[in-house]
Design a binder for this molecule. Structure first.
Ligand SMILES: Cc1ncc(COP(=O)(O)O)c(C=O)c1O
Length: 402
């Protein structure tokens, strides 16, 4: 370290795109003895989570909770709607679109992947052409990642619904909001989404461990038409349990439920519109700083067009090995952890070290983002990485609304 004094002691800051910073309220809610899972407070509290989850997803429809990460939520959505030999269309703008397609392949589902790479949003004309070409309606679902955490591209899910309707195509619209829920505006019912999957460790601010699937009547109908269904993944008893254990297909994730209760209280006390506005405002401060740094030197944002950027994660490239060097320096010297690049270069290739990501999802506010940006500015200086001037001023101006 150039300055020779290590200033990493103090509260560390995990600025990776999930798991996100856990609020003290959530941690405190989870710090308790195990409750009775057969009757009483936990059972009553769990029922209150369902309407509040619906309010986050902006849906009137069904909710099923799994003790799972996002991959489990992907699996649940697929298991309840498709059978081997079915076909899905997967427009992809990054690693997670491909990842959901691979989960489908693992279940014997055929995948038509429209790969738009790591830098471009969905091309709606190509999607429309793929739907129009499917005259026999073999495509049963479209798997759509709202914000791809690897590229930080945010796609237009409502436009996908319009494309399906314009083509008169009956495929289910299934959205992955694992990185966007509670960060970017998402309107499940308003946008005509049939199935939405999410997980609790990003915008919902809870430690990883809950996968949540929302589904409407059309999706429930697809589930009923299946010849058989895995007892474990079946969303029907989870959404409409006659006994408490059916919510979770077994023992409840007791402490996660208390954490989620606290997180939902925070989200709804702030209000969904305010939560989205906060994420958008903080993202603009980050973009302002990144644009200023990039005016001179190697740092570039992955998504040039602001309208296509996620408000929860920002993917950057800086050239190898500077990405890894910057991350390591910040963690070791400032107690600040940035996210690795994902899907931009093969993991063991030299190029892999040229990318990184900033997570700004969930429990983040202005001073945290200014700390994040001030940390990066410090690291760029310490490592002598060329960069444009005025990044922190630009971020402050964006936050101040100037
Ligand atoms: C958009 C998106 N989809 C799916 C996943 C997979 O979720 P998990 O790692 O919890 O299995 C992630 C994880 O980062 C994600 O960001």
């Amino acid at each position: 370290m150039n300055g020779s004094v290590n200033v990493s002691a103090g509260r560390s800051y995990l600025a990776i795109p999930g798991p996100s910073v856990i609020p003290d309220q959530v941690l405190q809610a989870m710090h308790r003895a195990s409750p009775n899972i057969y009757a009483g407070e936990l059972v009553e509290m769990t029922a209150t989570l369902i309407p509040d989850l619906r309010r986050v997803a902006r849906t009137q429809h069904e909710v099923a909770i799994y003790i799972a990460n996002g991959h489990g939520a992907w699996e649940a959505a697929l298991q309840n709607t498709l059978q081997p030999g079915d076909r899905v269309l997967v427009p992809s703008s990054g690693r997670f679109g491909i990842g959901w397609a691979e989960m489908a392949q693992g279940l014997g589902v055929e995948t038509d992947i429209l790969d738009f790479g790591n830098h471009a949003p969905w091309d709606m004309d190509r999607i429309a052409a793929a739907l129009a070409a499917d005259t026999g309606h073999r495509i049963k679902a479209v798997l759509a990642v709202h914000a791809d955490t690897s590229s930080s591209i945010r796609n237009d899910v409502a436009a996908l619904r319009r494309a399906l309707d314009a083509a008169g195509h009956p495929a289910l619209l299934m959205a992955d909001c694992i990185a966007s829920l509670g960060c970017d505006r998402f309107e499940m019912d308003g946008w005509g989404v049939d199935v939405m999957v999410t997980a609790c460790q990003k915008g919902l601010m809870v430690p990883a461990g809950l996968g949540i699937v929302f589904f409407n009547a059309r999706a429930a109908e697809a589930r009923r038409a299946l010849p058989r269904i895995s007892r474990y993944w079946d969303w029907e008893p989870r959404a409409n349990p006659e006994e408490f254990y059916q919510y979770f297909g077994g023992t409840a994730p007791t402490h996660h439920l208390y954490g989620l209760r606290a997180a939902l209280d925070m989200i709804h006390a702030e209000g969904m519109e305010a939560v989205w506005a906060r994420h958008a405002h903080l993202a603009r401060a980050i973009w302002a700083a990144c644009e200023a740094w990039g005016a001179d030197g190697p740092l570039r944002m992955n998504v040039p067009d602001r309208a296509l950027r996620s408000h929860a994660v920002t993917a950057l490239r800086i050239g190898s090995p500077l990405g890894t060097e910057l991350r390591m320096w910040l963690e070791q010297n400032l107690g600040l952890t940035l996210g690795i690049g994902l899907g931009m270069a093969p993991p063991r290739s030299p190029d892999w070290h040229g990318f990184f990501r900033l997570g700004h999802m969930g429990h983040v506010n202005g001073h945290m983002i200014m700390g994040l940006l001030g940390g990066i500015e410090t690291g760029l200086r310490a490592l002598d990485i060329p960069h444009g001037k005025g990044a922190l001023e630009a971020a402050a101006a964006a936050l101040a609304g100037a």
